[in-house]
Each structure stands twice: as structure tokens, then as C-alpha cells.
Ligand binder design. Structure first.
Ligand code: SF4
Length: 308
């Protein structure tokens, strides 16, 4: 839950999640929809799917026995080297490193590493230093100390070197320009995309036509108004469209602008566009029971605004 997400945001979800899925077995046997419903609003839904895939693997392949080493954790679907290292060192005291963005930043500053940390050579240098450092007597405390240093003092834009307990050995602090590190290769510009969202409504019942995304890919399995590639595709479904303006939604690699249209004339079963697995008329009282993305919530809010 904490990947790319702040503790304050996660706190609201954490307790509810543990109440709903108190054991690995209960998560493994839950429906995908129940899992995505608990996660909705947190974003990056792949994490929820991976968490469940991991639980299923532990139950089915490991007989319910949770791994105790980083190597063991790396065999669990969805668990990468960072998560494996963090769990093995903190929960089981194994002397292995856990290198996330915070740790990359701290160690690249410590070394004043003049190589991009997202390049192979730079990353190898950091990984090797991290592995050497993790070999001390209290691996779990060490992992947490490094994470904490990155989160509280050695922050991205204003490292507090005067307060830092390791400033005496830090090369970037000695140079007087810690915030110049870490170096990064030039980031790729996000891709621009445009879609038409079509909100079909049945005035008598208040039902809306929702479609469910394919399981694989962006926002997999979530429900929304169909997002269509062209206004012609929307007009194919209904000849009389009301336009509700455009809104912008930012994903990690995509800047998606969406033109929202609605129509009330067509109560028949509309087609399921490419990229979706199914569709259905959703009554007002059912709307909160289906997992949906933030984008869908934004579209529904826009739909309620008066036309201007
Ligand atoms: S001395 Fe400054 S740059 Fe170096 S680790 Fe501490 S906070 Fe980061």
C-alpha cells in the first residue's frame, strides 16, 4: 500500500483491509471484485492484484507457510527485490539490503555518485554498497534507519545535513551540494491520449451503462463509462449526445484528456468496446458496490455539474 503512496493516505485503508482480510488464506479465497473494492481510491490497482496473487501462491504452492528469506520471498508473484529485502531483513533479521527510492537517494548522496541511478552502472554501485552495509549485526534496524533517514532528513529537495547523524562521512554534504544527487537519466515525456467517455442513462430507472475493463492492463477489472477512441464511435451508440466538456487525468506515463458526453435516448444493450470484458446497467444503489477508478469518480462528478 505504501508504494508511491503517503502514510496518511494508507492509514485509512490499512485497518479496514486487515479487518476484511485478516489472514493470507482469507485474501487468497476472496473474489477479485471484493479485493479491488477494498482498494478503490488508493490507485495503482496492480498492487492489489499482486497482493492477492501472492496470497494465492503462498496458500497453494507453499502450503500456507510464509517465506522467511529474501530468496524465498522473490519466488512469490508481485514481490520484487526491494519488498523481499525489506520483509526478510525487518521481519526475519536476514542481513540483506532493501533498496527503494529513498535509499537510492541517500546512498547516491553518501557516495556523491556521478552516475545516473536509473542506469545499470549507477544502480550496480548502489546495490553493492547497500549489500555491504546490510551485513551488520541488526539488519532490520539498519533497513528501517536508512528508510527513515531518506524520509525525514535526506529528503529530495532539502536535505537537512546539519541535523544528519551521518554527515561526517557523506561525500555530497562535503561538496556542499547534496541536492544535486541523485543523478537521473532524462525522463521520458508522458504520452498524450484523448478519449470520449459516453455516459448512457435510462431516465426512468436512473441506471447508467458501465463497462468493466479487461483484467490485464491499466486499471484492469475496474468499472467505468466506456472510453471510446472517437466521437464517431460514441455517435454510433447514440445519435443525440450532450457534451459535458473535457477533463484531464494524469497516469504515471499518460496524460489522458477525456471529453464527456451523455445520452438518454437508447435503453437497449449497447456494444462492449475493445479493451472491456463486459458491461451492464448499474442502478443508483449499486454504484458504490462496483470497483471503479478515480477517473470514473471524476467523470461522475462532472456529469452532475450543471451544463454551462
Ligand atoms: S549528510 Fe545530507 S546528503 Fe548526506 S545523507 Fe545526511 S542528509 Fe543526506
Amino acid at each position: 500500500m505504501l508504494q508511491q503512496t503517503r502514510v496518511e493516505t494508507v492509514r485509512r485503508y490499512w485497518d479496514l483491509w486487515l479487518e476484511t482480510f485478516p489472514t493470507v488464506a482469507s485474501l487468497a479465497s476472496a473474489s477479485t471484485e471484493a479485493v479491488l473494492s477494498q482498494w478503490q481510491g488508493l490507485g495503482y490497482y496492480r498492487r492489489a492484484r499482486n497482493l492477492q496473487a501472492g496470497a494465492i501462491f503462498i496458500v497453494e504452492q507453499l502450503g500456507g507457510a510464509i517465506p522467511t528469506t529474501a530468496e524465498g520471498w522473490k519466488t512469490v508473484p508481485g514481490v520484487g527485490p526491494y519488498t523481499a529485502g525489506a520483509i526478510a531483513s525487518i521481519a526475519f533479521g536476514e542481513p540483506v539490503p532493501a533498496v527503494d527510492g529513498n535509499v537510492l537517494r541517500v546512498l547516491s548522496r553518501w557516495l556523491a555518485l556521478e552516475l545516473p541511478i536509473d542506469g545499470k552502472t549507477g544502480r550496480t554501485a548502489i546495490d553493492s554498497l547497500a549489500a555491504d552495509l546490510a551485513a551488520g549485526p541488526r539488519p532490520g534496524a539498519w533497513t528501517q534507519a536508512l528508510m527513515e533517514l531518506g524520509a525525514t532528513l535526506c529528503t529530495p529537495t532539502s536535505p537537512a545535513c546539519l541535523l544528519c547523524p551521518v554527515s561526517a562521512g557523506c561525500a555530497a554534504a562535503a561538496m556542499g551540494e547534496p541536492a544535486r544527487f541523485p543523478l537521473k537519466a532524462k525522463a521520458k515525456a508522458p504520452r498524450e491520449e484523448h478519449r470520449f467517455a459516453l455516459a448512457l442513462m435510462q431516465p426512468e430507472t436512473g441506471a447508467e451503462w458501465w463497462v468493466q475493463r479487461d483484467e490485464q492492463g491499466l486499471l484492469g477489472g475496474l468499472w467505468e463509462f466506456p472510453l471510446l477512441a472517437s466521437v464517431e464511435a460514441a455517435e454510433d451508440v447514440s445519435a443525440s449526445l450532450t457534451h459535458h466538456g473535457d477533463l484531464l487525468h494524469i497516469f504515471t506515463h499518460i496524460r489522458l484528456s477525456v471529453t464527456l458526453c451523455s445520452a438518454t435516448e437508447d435503453p437497449t444493450e449497447p456494444p462492449i468496446p475493445v479493451g472491456y470484458q463486459t458491461g451492464r446497467w448499474v442502478l443508483p444503489e449499486e454504484r458504490e458496490t462496483l470497483p471503479q477508478s478515480r477517473l470514473m469518480r471524476k467523470l461522475r462528478e462532472r456529469l452532475l455539474l450543471p451544463l454551462g
